[in-house]
Ligand binder design. Structure first.
Ligand code: SF4
Length: 197
């Protein structure tokens, strides 16, 4: 059915959905079927919560500093399941939880999801992708349209206020250098870390 869990470097990543509201011009899904030690990150069907938990119990997590929700889709498409699995990772596996997200989870779920992440997600990496709303729509082709960028900025701001480890990122080379520089300034003004990935 495709890999539910894969290792990349020292971390394990949970691949729980292929759904995503974006079609980014730089999406790695378009160039390779898998990352890390995975064979295939395209899922025939989405794994159940129990199947994800069983996959986590089947690997040696002793050397991994955190478990990451990432994969070939947007994890907040399954936000309620994500919360259940994050609690399992904390309570049963005693590991930190990171969420890699496009920052559109509140639009996807129709409510501000950040307060529900507090205590379950220890750090968040959010794709900023662009310096403004128009550039963002050009590179992500989000189904939410032009309002997407402001939603991402609100998500970043709420995460900064409520969660300790917040990083925003862009994909190097996907936008002009002047836009990359502006993204770094936006991150600085918002008081969050910035990374080119
Ligand atoms: S948000 Fe992530 S998974 Fe979705 S299209 Fe963009 S790069 Fe791919």
């Amino acid at each position: 059915m495709g890999n539910i869990l894969y290792r990349y470097g020292s971390r394990y990543y949970i691949n729980m959905t292929n759904r995503c509201p974006c079609r980014c011009t730089f999406c790695v899904r378009d160039s390779t079927p898998a990352l890390g030690d995975a064979d295939n990150l395209w899922l025939d069907r989405e794994p159940t919560v129990s199947e994800v938990e069983d996959a986590l119990l089947s690997v040696d997590l002793s050397q991994t500093p955190e478990v990451v929700f990432c994969g070939y889709g947007e994890p907040t498409e399954r936000f309620d399941d994500l919360k259940e699995i994050a609690a399992f990772i904390h309570d049963r596996l005693h590991k930190r939880v990171r969420l890699d997200t496009n920052g559109l989870g509140s639009l996807i779920n129709g409510r501000d999801i950040v307060p529900e992440m507090v205590g379950l997600v220890d750090s968040v990496s959010i794709s900023l992708n662009a310096k403004d709303a128009g550039e963002y729509l050009d590179v992500t082709r989000s189904r939410f349209g032009i309002e997407s960028y402001d939603a991402v900025l609100r998500f970043i701001e709420e995460c900064r206020k409520q969660i300790d480890g917040v990083t925003v990122s862009i994909v190097g080379g996907s936008i002009p250098q002047s836009s990359e520089d502006e993204c770094a300034r936006i991150a600085d003004r918002m008081g969050v870390a910035f990374r080119v990935r």
